[in-house]
Design a protein around this ligand. Structure first.
Ligand SMILES: [Zn+2]
Length: 297
């Protein structure tokens, strides 16, 4: 059996108040906003303690709004040795913004993160995992080397392709007008570390009043089964893989979920050839295995 190289990582999205402003329909509810304050002030610090207990360095994708609303708590993220990357300002939906708005949000977010960590961020997670037509170009122009929003693969990084086009159905037209395959665009040097809704704590475990089919009352032991079985399949089938989990202090800062993470970390740690990484380390590792023909990597 080949030696295993399974790169495991936590991405921590501090959605907090920004999440309620940008995505969870809580902007008019003082109580939803108070849940955001819990995430920034309480949940985030519990997660830092969890990672310290296991000696794991993680990657935190922090909206500008969270950096400015929770300056002490977010400084603590850097002080304890974690990576900080970009995740919007108010968790804006990239495909709802104009190009200028998206650019201004990105530039302000990079500025705030640069001040927080002392150097420029290298990674990006699109709020709501929506990647606009100009996101790729904006990221590369501003020194971002990896994205964690797209889903062309699951446990293998790849270079992001832009300009894919597809034909929507228009029933008012003859069928021949829409029977066209997807056309692939061009590969770029932006590294994709794939995102995965099935390794995200928020959809199953956060109650959202404004969302008619939200969950929040799913037993974390069921989520633990889903995540552990994905890990077990990856470990059995793949010699090199990345296994990246997306978590939020809003959700994983709750006791029932902190205990779930303790059990998952211990399960993962019982395997040889597993390495906990930041996303930045995963990107560099991928670039050294697969140098891009036009890239610096
Ligand atoms: Zn988010």
């Amino acid at each position: 059996m080949a030696e295993k190289e399974i790169l495991v990582a936590y991405g921590v999205d501090v959605d907090a108040v920004a999440g309620w402003l940008g995505s969870y329909s809580g902007e008019d509810s003082p109580d939803d906003i108070s849940r955001g304050l819990f995430a920034g002030e309480v949940g985030s610090q519990r997660m830092l303690d969890l990672f310290d207990r296991y000696g794991i360095k993680t990657s935190w994708f922090i909206p500008g709004h969270s950096i400015e609303t929770f300056p002490g708590e977010m400084a603590e993220v850097v002080r304890r040795g974690h990576e900080v990357g970009v995740h919007g300002y108010s968790h804006e939906n990239p495909i709802a913004m104009t190009e200028k708005q998206e650019e201004n949000v990105l530039l302000r977010s990079i500025e705030l993160i640069t001040d927080l960590r002392g150097d420029r961020p290298t990674g990006y997670v699109a709020p709501w995992w929506e990647f606009s037509n100009i996101t790729n170009e904006l990221l590369l122009r501003n020194g971002i080397k990896y994205d964690h929003s797209l889903m062309h693969n699951d446990f293998s990084p790849y270079y992001v392709r832009v300009g894919d086009s597809w034909t929507k159905i228009d029933y008012s037209k003859p069928a021949a007008k829409w029977m066209e395959p997807l056309v692939r665009g061009e590969e770029t040097e932006l590294i994709e570390i794939p995102a995965n809704w099935y390794l995200d704590d928020l959809p199953p475990m956060m109650f959202i009043k404004g969302n008619p089919n939200s969950h929040g009352f799913v037993n974390p032991k069921d989520i633990e089964d889903l995540w552990r079985e994905q890990f077990d399949w990856v470990y059995r089938e793949l010699d090199y893989a990345v296994f990246t989990m997306t978590v939020h202090p809003d959700v994983s800062g709750r006791p029932q979920n902190l205990l779930m993470h303790e059990r998952l970390i211990e399960h993962i740690n019982s395997h040889d050839g597993v390495r906990w990484c930041t996303f930045d380390e995963i990107a560099d590792d991928y670039a050294s295995r697969n140098p891009h023909p036009d890239g610096k990597g």
